[in-house]
Design a protein around this ligand. Structure first.
Ligand code: NAD
Length: 425
């Protein structure tokens, strides 16, 4: 086989987990971490694969594959969301768990990193089937989870209702309610005000800091958003309130564009009524590939991993990329965009608002004392802006990209905790 073809195949075969490992190595090299420390903090501590037989509404049993990965407990209990999606694999969950470790360290909350997932098509399942799947999964990962051990939360295609079922299943095994076993719960079960919109709000706060650093006014800035779920729609709402001009929005079902700016409150209502942004009257449909390469000041990928890669990165015209999603840029896209001097707010900083308010929720549950929404917002803003400045300082002092700066901050804090606990030989 010719060398160029082998090289291309090797790139194509790289998984999201390979990308996570690659990013770790770049940060560890910059920090001068020795191989002992790398061996202690780089890899997941626990990987649990579970098989989930579930009775479907037609009476038949289907078998689903699920995972829970704890990457690190060096700085505290493991923390991370649960994803229901057909593309869930062990490698993907390991990558997402790894990023959670650095993310919690970047925003300096006392958690390690974890993630869970089930390979399934939730859009083809009834609520009753999703409930039975969730309860079976919770039962299967019982040995790992608990308020002091590992605390799940929502991710793609999971929501407060799913968290309520997890909390209930876990509580049944204890004989008393244990709200602190999950975050992102409904308010009536011990959820926190401000958790639902926390990730999108956090994206907005990091954008505010970026815009003041770059002297780019938010008012009138042209913004394009890929993904209009929990993260994308909450970020859109905050940007709209602050008079940014959102020209393009895309979802799995289709993408829409209006050069004069989309009417976000009406679009939110349309999504609520129809389930997607498709068919919104005051906009024209555009192709998914076009959405990412629209002329704009800010691009927010808030859908899934690897949306921007070596193929399309050169055509991206944004000045700032705010990573609402986890891992939306491949390392190759990173290199291309950095060369174009695009300012990237990396995922482990940009979307850390969700886990930050999850931490607030866990604190409130443990204390049985609940905070007002404005209190949550103020604390979140403080955490996001402090973390942004911590990462920016490394970016400027060490002359590295924002992603490497964020990874250096996260990895160094985990390494320090590991050393202080005496795990270091
Ligand atoms: P969600 O399920 O609420 O929404 C996902 C959105 O992505 C939907 O609008 C969907 O249509 C869109 N999408 C899926 N595939 C797409 C495709 N191929 N092209 C265009 N759009 C597509 O999920 P979410 O909670 O908003 O999570 C989105 C991202 O943010 C994920 O990467 C997740 O890991 C990350 N994240 C979420 C949270 C949180 O608190 N929910 C926190 C941190 C990071």
């Amino acid at each position: 086989m010719e060398a160029w073809l082998m090289a291309t195949m090797a790139v194509a075969e790289k998984s999201t987990y390979d990308f996570a490992m690659e990013n770790f190595d770049i940060a560890a090299d910059m920090l001068g971490l020795d191989s002992d420390m790398r061996n202690m903090i780089k890899y997941p501590e626990r990987v649990l694969a579970v098989v989930l037989p579930v009775r479907m509404d037609n009476g038949k049993i289907l078998r689903f594959q699920g995972y829970r990965v704890q990457h690190s407990t060096a700085r505290g209990p493991a923390k991370g969301g649960i994803r229901y999606h057909p593309n869930v694999t062990e490698d993907e969950v390991k990558a997402l768990a790894t990023w959670m470790t650095w993310k919690c360290a970047v925003v300096n909350i006392p958690f390690g990193g974890a993630k869970g997932g089930i390979t399934c098509h939730p859009e083809e399942m009834s609520q009753a089937e999703i409930e039975r799947l969730t309860r079976r999964y919770t039962h299967s990962i019982l040995p790992l989870i608990g308020p002091a051990h590992d605390i799940p939360a929502p991710d793609v295609n999971t929501n407060p209702q799913v968290m309520a079922w997890i909390m209930d299943t876990y509580s049944m095994t204890k004989g008393y309610p244990v709200p602190g076993v999950v975050t992102g719960k409904p308010i009536s079960l011990g959820g926190s005000l401000g958790r639902k919109e926390a990730t999108g709000r956090g994206v907005y706060y990091t954008l505010e800091s970026t815009c003041s650093h770059l002297r780019l006014p938010i008012k009138g800035a042209k913004v394009v958003i890929q993904g209009f779920g929990n993260v994308g729609s909450a970020a859109a709402h905050m940007l709209d309130v602050n008079q940014a001009c959102i020209t393009g929005v895309g979802e799995f079902e289709g993408c829409i564009y209006n050069k004069d700016g989309l009417d976000i409150p009406s679009l939110l209502l349309h999504k609520q009524k129809t389930g997607s942004v498709v068919g919104f009257a005051a906009a024209e449909p555009i192709a998914p590939a076009e959405l990412l390469t629209l002329e704009c000041d800010v691009l927010i990928p808030a859908a899934l991993e690897n949306a921007i890669d070596g193929e399309n990165a050169a055509s991206v015209k944004a000045r700032v990329i705010a990573e609402g999603a986890n891992g939306p840029l491949t390392p190759e896209a990173d290199r291309i965009l950095e060369a174009k001097e695009v300012f990237i707010i990396p995922d482990i900083l940009c979307n850390a608002g969700g886990v930050t308010v999850s931490y607030f929720e866990w604190v409130q549950d443990e204390q049985h004392l609940f905070w007002e929404a404005q209190d949550v917002y103020n604390r979140l803003e403080r955490v996001m802006k402090t973390s942004f400045n911590d990462v920016l300082r490394i970016h400027l002092d060490r002359k590295v990209g924002m992603r490497t700066a964020a990874n250096m901050l996260g990895v160094s804090r985990v390494a320090e905790a590991t050393k202080l606990r005496g795990l270091y030989p």
